[in-house]
Design a protein around this ligand. Structure first.
Ligand SMILES: [Mg+2]
Length: 230
């Protein structure tokens, strides 16, 4: 492998966002006497996911996600709570939920041991992602975390990747590989910035794509990145 440096997406690549999200939602719903039913959780996820997709397409600002998702949910169910204030409580709880996907810590450890320098690149709320990262147990293996809110641009904007490249140790972009589950944010974004990419198609969709590599499991990622390095 010609790579020295791996830029890993966080959620649904190393982190189990659904696990963290569900834990945090149940905890804040419970503390406010709201239902913890699948119907209620799914209604929230539909609203939030749709807003994130629009944000990733550059159609809305980040604040529209955080300021309206619970407002919309509560309007839909006729709940007389302040959705903006509720979002703050949710994010505070989410920050303490750093669930990893099974095998993610071992993968990062072994990649680090094989000589790669690992970074995390993520679109998200700065303080929340940082605290989740610290809770996750990945900090010994990852050199730094770059969060869109702090970088001043988000994936897939090439400016995000350019600013990340200016802050990492590796100076030759040919030695940098972007790894992520999102074809729009990670793969199209990485390509637009001139970087090689590895699509983590863990949902096994086999969708047509422009990634340099496609893997569908951590095992396949290991075969790609660790074979021949030991
Ligand atoms: Mg992701």
């Amino acid at each position: 492998m010609q790579y020295t440096t791996l830029l890993f997406d966080a959620d649904e690549t190393l982190f189990d966002f659904r696990c963290s999200e569900t834990m945090a939602l149940r905890a804040v719903f419970r503390s406010h006497g709201l239902p913890e039913t699948d119907e209620f959780l799914d209604a929230y996820r539909r609203i939030s996911d749709t807003l994130w997709e629009r944000y990733n397409r550059g159609e809305i600002e980040k604040a529209e996600i955080t300021d309206t998702r619970f407002v919309r949910l509560f309007a839909q169910f006729g709940i007389p709570l302040d959705g903006v204030d509720f979002n703050r409580r949710y994010l505070d709880t989410l920050a303490s939920c750093g669930c990893l996907l099974p095998g993610a810590a071992e993968l990062c450890r072994d990649l680090r041991d094989a000589g790669y320098t690992l970074y995390i690149i993520t679109n998200g709320v700065g303080d929340v992602q940082k605290r989740r990262f610290r809770e996750s147990g990945l900090t010994p293996y990852v050199a730094d975390i770059f969060i869109s809110e702090e970088i001043g641009a988000s994936k897939p904007n090439p400016a995000f990747f350019d600013r990340v490249l200016s802050r990492i140790a590796e100076t030759d972009a040919r030695h940098v590989l972007v790894i992520g589950d999102s074809l729009s944010a990670d793969i199209a974004g990485g390509r637009a910035a001139g970087l090689d990419t590895c699509w983590y198609d863990f949902r096994q969709t086999n969708a047509p794509n422009d990634a340099t590599y496609t893997v569908q499991s951590f095992q396949a990622m290991r075969a790609l990145l660790l074979e021949g390095t030991k």
